[in-house]
Design a protein around this ligand. Sequence first.
Ligand SMILES: Cc1ncc(COP(=O)(O)O)c(C=O)c1O
Length: 449
Amino acid sequence: MTTVTPRGKMNNAFDPASADQLDAATRSMVDQRNRLLGPAYRLFYNNPVQVSRAKGVLLWDKDGNEYLDAYNNVVSVGHAHPAVNEAVRRQMDTLCTHTRYLQEGILKFAGDLLETFGGSLSDNGHAMFTCTGSEANDLALRIARHHTGNRGVIVTSEAYHGNSYLTAGISPALGDHSALGTFVRTVPTPDSYRLPVETLGEWFAEQVAAQIRDLERHGDGLAAFVADSLFSSDGIYSQPTDLLAPVIEAVHQAGGIFIADEVQCGFARSGDYLWGYQRHGVDPDIVTMGKPMGNGYPVAGIAVNHDIVEQFGHDMRYFNTFGGNTVAMAAAQATFDVIRDEGLLQNADKVGRFLIAGLTDLAASYEFIGDVRGAGLYNGVELVTDRDTKKPDAAITAAVVNGLRERRVLISTTGSHANVLKIRPPLVFTEADATRLLTELDAVFAQQR
Ligand SMILES: Cc1ncc(COP(=O)(O)O)c(C=O)c1O
């Protein structure tokens, strides 16, 4: 089998052309993966990690070596959380079936979830369940189009919203070889590091307004503006928080709706609010969610304003074999309860501040650290060739991530230039864990001087 360097873009991807540098056992597993899973999958790191078990914020490889997990947001309440695992096990032993039977669990969870949004989604919203974030965004787009009668969708220039045909088509992060829909327009990343922060909101709204005009001119009109309010794949832009309000106003004026993609930034990630969009003081028409929702069990969904989904529900039905099934709801409820009972929103805020302070201290010592940003336990460190030109330094970023991996601390990279360290640990990360990460990061940075 040929080992060509893949051109499908992904940050921090293992390059199969360098497989001959791996030890024999790892190389054999990589070969098997290529043969059995085919060419579209990617691994992380120059030296891929073979994980075998995990607990809390720790992972162990097959030889029993311990790794600090500062990357995984799916197991947001910690790997193998006993309360979530017990709830899933118990429910699996009792009943697992779909949403066409009356069941209490889905009603309890939908009620708890809808209460958290405030605004119109709490007053007049519904919850609909899927298995993945892609399906949630796909469903949201179908509802948006049915409601507005328009086709157009606006996203940021490095957004990722999913892997279905429709959502891959609104995901420029998949790279130049992955086709965007003809109904899609992109707006530039609201880059708070390079653009004036005081006028960023106004500038961003102008970018969106220009694309709305273009969609109207081409006869598509605007169905939806879709945004992840932490702009995760764009490079993690957590500030300023006055960006979205003027945009949403323009979107509504054009007859479109706002879909807040909370797949990454939801469920307490940002430390200040349960939902990332709440940091911007806006009231979305649809919220999509997934990833951390079941702490690893596949559960995702949307919250949608009644007025937006009314005609859709009248004209067609919605069914998803696994989405919202009894076990999915048990996992989601248990995860939700743990976030509340263990005070993980507060923990994300406290430990996130500690981490940002430590990263800012490191920036004083290393010239190649251009910017430190983030909210709660979602942090980005942008590395540049020099602070005046702010030229992205992807090479040093890759060296740092791989250097940390060798010291058994796992993070990754993000951004269109792959030059932003992406630090996104489970929400149970402690100050001691943050100190370990900062110590190792300091050691790896020192090697790059
Ligand atoms: C912002 C965002 N939206 C949607 C998705 C798609 O979610 P899933 O992989 O569960 O389909 C992702 C996945 O990375 C994401 O980051």
